[in-house]
Design a protein around this ligand. Structure first.
Ligand code: GRF
Length: 212
């Protein structure tokens, strides 16, 4: 069965961006939203890390932040319950994980089925996990890249929305490759969000269909 994920064209949607660190992808999304390339409002930036530089970026752009320290929560579910309250309060229709270093709970995934996106710095299903760029570099691949996918219950596994590759050249250092990958991420993530919020994404099992 093919499912349209969003039917309302052109209507501004509230999105939440989840971060733990630097936030360069958040910055790319903020910039795209301010150029009106995305018909969405970043309603809140959620973080598990008070020290994340991403929070500074949010504040500079006058975007609300919600920081919740996982310490003091007995389980992932308990933590996510508090986060969900915040998302519901803000009527969030899309959750964008952008370097969020926590796994979300299965109940969170079920509640927001096909409404959570993640970006991963490799061509999935190759090089899952936290060191996608380094692992591909050390493996000696000639091409690697970026994947934007929906989040399901398994790590780096859900249906693939966009995927693009870059070459690994013989004189590339890890740092050079990281630069290439991040540049590509900053193009692909806003694009995936744009497609979603404009209602151009359908999902059919694992296959994501994009209306052009
Ligand atoms: C990105 O490389 C992303 O693919 C991965 O975490 C990194 C986050 O970088 N999931 P930033 O915080 O957006 O700069």
């Amino acid at each position: 069965m093919t499912l349209w994920l969003v039917k309302s064209y052109g209507v501004s949607m509230n999105i939440a961006v989840f971060v733990s660190g630097n936030g360069s992808n958040l910055q790319a999304i903020i910039d795209a939203a301010s150029r009106k390339n995305i018909k969405a409002k970043i309603a809140v930036v959620v973080s598990d890390n008070r020290e994340a530089y991403a929070l500074e970026r949010a504040r500079k752009a006058a975007v609300d932040t919600f920081v919740l320290d996982p310490k003091g929560f007995a389980s992932r579910e308990d933590y996510d319950k508090e986060v969900i309250k915040e998302l519901e309060r803000r009527d969030v229709g899309l959750i964008v994980l952008a370097g969020f270093m926590r796994l979300v709970s299965d109940s969170f995934v079920r509640k927001y089925k096909n409404k959570i996106m993640n970006i991963h710095p490799s061509i999935l299903p190759s090089f899952k996990g936290t060191h996608g760029i380094k692992d591909a570099f050390e493996y000696g691949v000639k091409r690697t890249g970026v994947t934007v996918h929906f989040v399901d219950e398994k790590l780096d596994h859900g249906p693939i929305i966009l995927q693009e590759s870059v070459s690994v050249d013989e004189n590339d250092t890890l740092e050079k490759l990281e630069e290439k990958i991040h540049k590509l991420e900053h193009k692909l993530y806003p694009e995936a969000i744009r497609l979603f919020t404009e209602g151009k994404i359908r999902i059919d099992g694992r296959k994501v269909r994009i209306q052009v």
